[in-house]
Design a protein around this ligand. Structure first.
Ligand SMILES: [Fe+2]
Ligand SMILES: [Fe+2]
Length: 368
């Protein structure tokens, strides 16, 4: 077949309507008709910013603590921060899902692994040693430590203390599900070869054993102690800081200085007392957890007041700025899909135009 013979066989008296109808039957769609439906001038963001108050979340979690017994799946006693616009995907932003989990004294979550990568943060317990075991290595969970569970790594939780523990989880499962790449595998206790506590810190650190071998795992298992992050923020207190985030530090991959995980970038930031940042928007979505202090963020003209323990989400490409209350520091922890957007060459940032560099507040968030 060539152009000449095909052209000779074209229908006489053809019309555009007939062509469209025939194309439809051939499972072909005219780009000239639909291009605006799949190439938008601005990002089409399908969900709104939202905020979850810590007291309200904890209230529900404690109720679940009474009702969700080991027989009823206590190892999944966790509550997803589900954006009202992303209910079907159970997610907080279009790529990230955060949740709070309650593990009661003596409970154990059996070993398992999955495609979704996870971080755990902000464990709160009333004392005792709390560990999550990742690839056989027990990682201590002191308050606000950050722990990684990279994609495909075995992990299990054992609460051998006499106290209940609550922590924040963040996972990339919405992205994994978008890519249709999810898998999950249960395992027996001890399925991963046991490692000493501190194994990854020793093998990744500046001083290594003389028989050091390249780090064996695809992505390192890392525990980032909060004491070190807090001290690092404090050392920068006198610095100029970022106009959009004040003092902002990234948790990096100790092997290469890259993002925390390939799909989840973690940051901690100090907003010095009475600080009000400028507004910008970023081609990434970010979920914030308030570690300490109080303040508010303005997202697309809406004011979100926050205090310790609250979680809020800034969707992709939405104007946002932050302000701490007068008289005390505010410290925020955040997870974002920025590493994904950077890896794909899609990351962008834009400063808010206007003399003050800040948005006008036109509404105040009310979850009711
Ligand atoms: Fe898991
Ligand atoms: Fe930002």
């Amino acid at each position: 077949m060539n152009f000449e013979s095909l052209r000779a066989a074209l229908p006489a008296g053809d019309t555009l309507d007939r062509l469209h109808a025939d194309m439809e039957r051939a499972r072909l769609v005219p780009t000239w008709k639909y291009v605006a439906d799949f190439v938008s001038r601005e990002p089409l963001v399908s969900y709104r910013p939202w905020l979850w108050k810590w007291d309200a979340v904890l209230h529900h979690l404690l109720r679940a603590g009474e009702l969700i017994t080991p027989e009823r799946g206590a190892e999944r006693r966790s509550m997803e921060h589900t954006n009202p616009d992303l209910r079907s995907g159970f997610s907080t932003s279009h790529t990230l899902a955060t949740a709070v989990q309650l593990v009661k004294a003596g409970e154990r979550a059996p070993a398992h692994r999955h495609m979704a990568a996870a971080i755990r943060f902000a464990a709160r317990s009333e004392g005792g040693d709390v560990f999550t075991t990742v690839e056989g290595e027990p990682l201590r969970m002191l308050q606000n430590d950050l722990l990684l569970t990279p994609s495909g790594t075995w992990h299990e939780h054992v609460n051998s203390t006499g106290h209940d523990i609550v922590w924040l989880d963040a996972l990339d499962f919405p992205l994994v599900n978008l890519l249709q790449a999810s898998w999950f595998e249960p395992g027996e206790p001890g399925v991963a070869v046991p490692r000493e506590e501190g194994y990854s810190q020793t093998i990744l650190g500046a001083m290594r054993p003389t028989d050091w071998l390249p780090y064996p795992d695809h992505h390192p298992v890392v525990r980032y102690p909060w004491s070190e992050m807090r001290a690092a923020l404090e050392r920068l207190r006198g610095a100029a800081g970022s106009p959009y985030d004040d003092i902002l530090l990234a948790y990096v991959n100790p092997r290469n200085g890259g993002p925390t995980l390939p799909t989840i970038g973690c940051h901690a930031q100090l907003l010095r007392p009475g600080k009000a940042t400028q507004s910008h928007r970023q081609m990434c979505s970010t979920v914030y957890y308030v570690i300490e202090g109080a303040g508010h963020s303005v997202i697309e003209g809406q004011r979100f007041d926050w205090a310790e323990g609250d979680v809020f989400v800034v969707p992709n490409w939405r104007w946002h700025e932050h302000a701490s209350a007068m008289g005390r520091d505010a410290i925020l922890f955040s997870v974002s899909d920025e590493p994904v957007m950077r890896a794909l060459g899609m990351y962008r940032e834009q400063a808010f135009a206007g003399p003050s560099g800040r948005q006008e507040i036109t509404a105040v968030f009310d979850p009711v």
